[in-house]
Design a protein. Structure first.
Length: 143
């Protein structure tokens, strides 16, 4: 993503736990196409759809709690993700399918015909972190 094109949007930074850097690099960089940033032997930064993520090695990765109920579907909390264009959503879905990555929540349309209609899917990264990818029918209805 070209940072000059991010009008009226602040970048976010999110640091999270991973079991190892090799599987993290493979998933985020090779599968998702995220660009690498700085790194050491215990953490690495990368660009996640225009934002900065920092993956830190830990032996204490918490299990997600499926306490979230969204449109009748239990979703893991905590989770993170990004909002994509329809084309980006379809491309990521195809990458997951061709890579044999299992969906935690299969690609589907949520709130069909209602305000906030969106495509959504969830996957786990190799460390068990749940990630959601969304694409809104109308970006004016994100909030």
């Amino acid at each position: 993503m070209n940072l000059e094109n991010q009008v009226l949007m602040n970048l976010f930074h999110y640091a999270f736990k991973v079991k190892d850097l090799d599987s993290t690099r493979q998933f985020y960089m090779d599968t998702l196409g995220c660009k690498p940033g700085r790194s050491t032997q215990s953490w690495l930064d990368f660009e996640f759809f225009g934002h900065q993520l920092s993956a830190h090695i830990s032996q204490e990765i918490p299990e997600p709690d499926y306490c979230g109920l969204v449109d009748g579907i239990k979703v893991p909390i905590p989770h993170f993700g990004c909002l994509l264009s329809t084309e980006q959503f379809d491309s990521i879905r195809q990458k997951f399918e061709s890579s044999g990555i299992d969906f935690l929540v299969k690609p589907q349309t949520r709130y069909k015909g209602e305000r906030g209609e969106q495509q959504t899917m969830f996957v786990f990264d190799p460390s068990g972190n749940p990630i959601e990818f969304k694409s809104f029918k109308d970006n004016e209805e994100v909030f």
